[in-house]
Write a protein that binds this ligand. Structure first.
Ligand code: UDX
Length: 446
């Protein structure tokens, strides 16, 4: 919404939330403390806020004044009840639709921005039509406009999108939304589809992207077993224009708020529509991902003589990828949980993730003292995290981890010491020259 406001000075954009503290944070003078860390977002907010971008808790009044309402709430995986563990929890989407139904005036275009199961628009439409009593001057059009931005590159993705997708059956409403994007996106990049294709395209895009990661991670494991190098294999296959070179980096498995959630949702829907083979096919993408994370933890234990109880391990990176403070489904969480279970003491460094977030994700409080039941602390510096450690695990590809002084770090560790590079960001020669053992994901030469 900040980018829309930035690119369309003639459009008034009001972002509303029930959470006063969050809205206050979006309104705070100190732009370095916005609720979301995203490179470049502070500059966009600085340009638009107070001009045509407003953050407010006045939900009903803002809806009443709006010609277009974007529903942009979260749709996490259900944790209980029907479809628990797979289906999306739509309670916030439904609550939004009901609030819009009550508060809207005149004709309102309702845009699904949240990622939703196929045919959710029908539910939203039904709720909105129930509010359109006879003789009412209120009317609604529902559009689907899924978001394809990736975290860490969100501003660039929004400013120069590969495509904008608009699904709907009301040409005027589609033109209105296309007109907004048309302020900075070329017409041929604005794709129009029916509602269901648009909803399903978002799930499918995420499923295909995640599938590539599971595919390359499966080959990485085979490379390690066979003496091949997954980066050479990725380069060799990526030059085939039909395959393409992007999204072929082997790693500790995908994390983030979307991939697992959306695939599980797809799996649930396929089962619901009587397609168990299709459901199994996509579910295997998630299974392989989980396996890769447990595999890394197991490998660490095996290399450290079969036990990490009471051993200090440095974990570099906790966010699910670089350039974000987001830890949702971060591979580091599962790997750390396995190592804590084995009784390790983890000294975790991440430039953007704070200790409170780590405690929530690891479901236990920090402690400086090693405990044979497993313990962890957040280290302020990379040097502090490797102090006395038997191994360093690189879990996130932060730029600073690419240029580490391995000689200096090795001198702080207990020998024999290991580097487990799950992101393949280290220079193997430098690590080995510092007298350290190295495991690098997908590298069969190690
Ligand atoms: C993803 C989609 O890219 C985006 O289009 C959608 O709107 C939301 O979900 P995001 O989760 O922000 O975006 O990040 P992305 O860059 O796709 O990375 C997801 C995960 O895959 C990360 O954990 C990342 O480290 C991992 N990844 C990505 C790999 O392991 N290897 C790769 O080659 C690429």
């Amino acid at each position: 919404m900040a980018v829309i406001a930035d690119r369309c000075p003639q459009v008034q954009v009001t972002v509303v939330d029930l959470n006063q503290a969050r809205i206050d944070a979006w309104n705070a003078d100190d732009l370095s403390r916005l609720p979301v860390y995203e490179p470049g977002l502070d500059a966009v907010v600085a340009r638009a806020r107070g001009r045509n971008l407003t953050f407010s808790t006045e939900v009903e009044a803002s809806i009443a004044a709006a010609d277009m309402v974007f529903i942009s709430v979260n749709t996490p995986t259900k944790t209980k009840g029907l479809g628990a563990g797979q289906a999306s929890d739509l309670r916030w989407v439904e609550a939004c639709a009901r609030t819009v139904a009550e508060a809207a005036t005149g004709h309102t275009i309702v845009v699904e921005k949240s990622t939703l199961p196929v045919r959710t628009a029908a539910a939203i439409q039904t709720i909105l039509s129930a509010a359109q009593d006879a003789g009412s001057e209120r009317s609604f059009s529902v559009l689907s406009n899924p978001e394809f931005l990736a975290e860490g590159t969100a501003i660039a993705d929004l400013e120069a999108p590969d495509r904008v997708l608009i699904g709907g059956d009301d040409p005027e409403a589609i033109n209105a939304l296309a007109g907004i994007y048309g302020n900075w996106v070329a017409t041929e990049r604005i794709l129009r589809t029916n509602l269901w294709s648009s909803e399903l395209s978002k799930l499918t895009a995420n499923a295909f992207l995640a599938q590539r990661i599971s595919s390359i991670n499966s080959i990485a494991a085979f490379c390690e077993a066979s003496g091949a190098d997954v980066r050479e294999v990725a380069r060799a296959i990526g030059t085939d224009s039909r395959i393409g070179s992007k999204f072929l980096s082997a790693g500790p498995g995908f994390g983030g708020s979307c991939f697992q959630k959306d695939i599980l949702n797809l799996v649930y829907l396929c089962r619901h529509f009587g397609l168990p083979e299709v459901a199994d096919y996509w579910e295997s993408v998630v299974r392989l991902n989980t396996w890769q994370q447990h595999r890394i933890a197991r490998l660490v234990v095996e290399k450290l003589f079969g036990t990490v109880t009471g051993k200090r391990l440095a974990v570099l990176g906790f966010a699910f990828k670089a350039n974000t403070n987001d830890t949702r489904e971060a591979p580091a969480i599962r790997v750390c949980a396995d190592l804590l279970e084995e009784g390790a003491h983890l000294q975790i460094h991440d430039p953007k993730v704070d200790a409170a977030q780590m405690a929530r994700d690891l479901k236990r409080d920090a402690s400086e003292v090693a405990d044979s039941n497993g313990s962890w602390c957040r280290s302020e510096s990379i040097e502090a995290s490797v102090a006395g450690a038997d191994a360093v695990l690189i879990m996130t590809e932060w730029g600073q981890y690419r240029t580490l002084d391995w000689d200096a770090l090795a001198s702080r560790m207990r020998r024999p010491a290991w580097v487990f590079d799950a992101r393949a960001v280290t220079d193997s020669q430098q690590v080995r020259a510092a007298g350290l053992n190295l495991w690098k994901v997908g590298d069969g030469e190690g």
